[in-house]
Design a protein around this ligand. Structure first.
Ligand code: SIN
Length: 281
């Protein structure tokens, strides 16, 4: 197997060919893919047309399944959720805010896989913002002010019963299950070192981050808003254009992501798995 890796030329992301993900991968292929993933943060594998079995096998090879709260899985699978929007759907777009998947967990997923099932002919791009670049572009004095801050994360604004995907959210084709469990909070460093590469970067953003430990909300909220603008500045962003049959895998510890619209009148569906938190053993 000879992986061909072509960087996007933007802030992160690479297109990977020369590998058939529908077949089991040997240890060398797994190591090569993981190494490219750590370098480019977002990998797109065109022309794969993976079944759900193959998506699960790939996710297991990359580190195992994460825990996915607040979504019902698709029928017959425990670990695959459908990111779906029907052609005539009127509900607000899912995941249109910058975020990192499930950052409110104690051990959040290291990565996410999205497998194209039904791709609209236009629109529906996914945007990724490189959080190492966002951190490294800050002046040293600003870094010093932020470096030891601890962020408070929660799913409450999205998945609590009164959250944006809560009981008032009607007409959505995705099977989202809001719950009081979304009120829980979890602390993580605002700018951790990546557990595998050691490179520092912002982790998550306003939305799942709901405060800063030891800081009044009147100070923390303007700071988080200012940082959210900075973290998603155009120079840090890669715009991913989907193709039928494509699998994308990203590193939640390195990038923020968000969905975009622009495909009104067309159906869009992707099957999603999360990759478990990394552990050194
Ligand atoms: C997600 O955030 O999981 C979905 C992104 C997308 O639909 O492009």
């Amino acid at each position: 197997m000879a992986l061909e890796i072509v960087p996007s030329g933007q802030a992160c992301g690479a297109r990977v060919t020369g590998v058939d993900l529908s077949a089991p991968l040997d240890p060398a292929a797994i190591a090569a893919i993981r190494s490219a993933w750590l370098e480019h943060h977002v990998l797109a594998f065109p022309g794969q047309f993976l079944s759900d079995d193959a998506l699960e096998r790939f996710t297991l090879a990359m580190g195992g399944f994460g825990e996915d709260p607040f979504f019902a899985p698709i029928a017959g699978r425990r670990h695959i959720a459908a990111i779906r929007r029907e052609a005539d759907e009127q509900s607000p777009l899912f995941a249109e805010n910058w975020h990192t998947d499930w950052s409110f967990q104690a051990r959040p997923p290291s990565g996410t896989c999205l497998n194209a099932v039904d791709i609209p002919p236009l629109g529906g791009d996914t945007l990724y913002a490189n959080q190492h670049m966002a951190w490294e572009a800050l002046a040293p004095a600003r870094q010093a002010e932020l470096t030891d801050l601890i962020a408070v994360h929660s799913a409450r604004l999205a998945y609590a019963p009164d959250g944006s995907y809560g009981t008032k959210d009607k007409g959505r084709s995705m099977d989202i299950r809001p719950s009081e469990a979304a009120l829980a909070t979890q602390a993580h460093p605002l700018v951790p070192a990546h557990p595998e590469t050691g490179r520092r970067g912002f982790y998550s953003s306003l939305g799942y981050i709901v405060g800063i430990e030891g800081m009044a909300d009147s100070t923390a909220m303007p700071l988080l808003m200012e940082l959210a603008q900075w973290q998603s500045d155009a120079r840090f962003v890669y715009r991913h254009r989907w193709e039928p049959g494509m699998l994308v895998m990203w590193d939640n510890r390195s990038v923020l992501h968000k969905a975009t619209g622009g495909y009104e009148g067309h159906r869009r569906e992707l099957h999603r798995t999360t990759i478990a938190a990394w552990s050194e053993s």
